[in-house]
Ligand binder design. Structure first.
Ligand SMILES: C[S@@+](CC[C@H](N)C(=O)[O-])C[C@H]1O[C@@H](n2cnc3c(N)ncnc32)[C@H](O)[C@@H]1O
Length: 235
């Protein structure tokens, strides 16, 4: 039996695997709907995500604030697909990703969007944002198709705690986790070395995660499905 990875080895594996995927075909691994993406298609795909997940939900997200006055955090920005579209809506976007190769692609894709900033982080916390985003000063945080790839409950919990540190009270963290726990008799369980299938969350585990990290899990959609969306409001 292979020995379990240490937390540092696991982070190193995540970084290495995502760097390799970025070098091989970044846009495909970011959104597997297509093998090849033109710039126009990739831009439209980010705008579609924002139209579906953000523009339909502005009451929860903005809470009466002018979006152009809002500071937004994104975790796992990949090649900047969603970041670019977020920057078209909000005043300031600060995005992180574990992969330096993804961040290099995101920075070039975000040229012409001076209000969007992409940083390589350590894969577990948001300390890289400390010079740019003061504690309690962010108005909204977003993450899509990222935590569903993270094979560590501890890493996800640390990220949620970090978002809680940076958000102002009452603000929303809207994100997605892997919701498959059991499907057609198959129990989904990630293994520590697998950086494609992340740890699953049941509805109870999602509620527990919110309670441990200072959030109210006000809305949840898609429990026991692949895309389990969570609306965590900072208490
Ligand atoms: C499927 S892509 C999605 C990218 C982007 N959210 C989008 O929808 O276009 C997953 C991204 O998560 C990043 N990622 C994976 N593990 C991470 C971690 N521990 N911390 C930060 N980013 C991570 C990967 O490098 C990759 O860019």
């Amino acid at each position: 039996m292979t020995p379990p990875l240490t937390p540092d080895e696991q982070l190193e594996k995540m970084r290495r695997d995502w760097d390799e995927r970025a070098r091989e075909n970044a846009r495909h691994y970011v959104n597997t709907e297509r093998e090849q993406w033109t710039d126009e298609q990739f831009i439209a795909s980010g705008e579609q995500t924002v139209a579906e997940e953000i523009l339909t939900d502005m009451g929860n997200i903005c809470q009466g604030k002018d979006p152009k006055q809002m500071r937004v955090i994104e975790i796992g920005c990949g090649a900047g697909r969603v970041t670019r579209a977020l920057a078209g809506v909000f005043g300031e976007v600060h995005a992180v990703d574990i992969s330096g190769e993804m961040i290099a692609r995101a920075r070039s894709f975000l040229a012409g969007r001076p209000n969007a900033h992409a940083y390589q982080n350590n894969g577990v916390d948001l300390s890289v944002l400390n010079p740019h985003v003061a504690d309690g000063s962010a108005d909204f945080a977003f993450s899509t198709i990222v935590f569903q790839h993270i094979p560590s409950r501890e890493v996800i919990e640390t990220y949620v705690r970090e978002v809680s540190r940076l958000l102002r009270p009452g603000a929303l963290f809207k994100f997605q986790v892997q919701g498959y726990v059991e499907q057609d008799g198959i129990v989904y369980e990630s293994t520590p070395g697998d950086t494609w299938i992340g740890v699953t969350f049941s509805d109870e585990q999602a509620v527990e995660l919110a309670q441990k990290t200072g959030f109210e899990p006000r809305h949840r959609h898609g429990a026991n499905q692949q895309y389990f969306w969570l609306w965590f409001f900072k208490q």
